[in-house]
Design a protein around this ligand. Structure first.
Ligand code: 5GP
Ligand code: ZN
Length: 113
């Protein structure tokens, strides 16, 4: 399968990885939109949020706990941060392997564009 995030998960192409365990990987976004812009992905290929199943419930909970850990370890937990998952084209999804954007280190606007 020609999926760029599967290739990053398998270390077939490089990324600036900041966290890894058996289920997930976190790395810096190649085109950061904030002082901190990290992507957290499951190692398992899931194309969009709509493909999640009952079997993925623990995985998604785990991803949010990894995000908590990164927020504390990287020092933006106190100030706050935003977690974004774009689902399909109209929301702006361009890579069809689910990824949780963590954005931090600047004031965020609302509503998002
Ligand atoms: P989306 O638009 O699908 O929500 O987000 C995709 C994100 O992946 C974008 O923020 C983009 O900059 C990032 N991205 C795309 N290709 C690569 C890559 O090869 N390496 C890294 N580190 N980030 C990527
Ligand atoms: Zn994939």
């Amino acid at each position: 399968m020609d999926c760029i995030f599967c290739k990053i998960a398998k270390k077939e192409i490089p990324a600036n990885i900041i966290y890894e365990d058996d289920k997930v990987l976190a790395f810096h976004d190649i085109n950061p939109q904030a002082p901190f812009h990290i992507l957290v992905i499951p190692k398992k290929h899931i194309s969009t949020l709509l493909e999640l199943t009952e079997d993925d419930k623990d995985l998604i909970g785990h991803i949010y706990l990894v995000i908590n850990k990164l927020a504390k370890d990287l020092g933006f937990a106190d100030r706050g941060y935003r977690v974004v998952v774009n689902c399909k084209e109209e929301a702006g999804q361009t890579v069809f392997h689910i990824h949780f954007h963590i954005l931090a280190g600047r004031e965020m606007g609302w509503p998002p564009g």
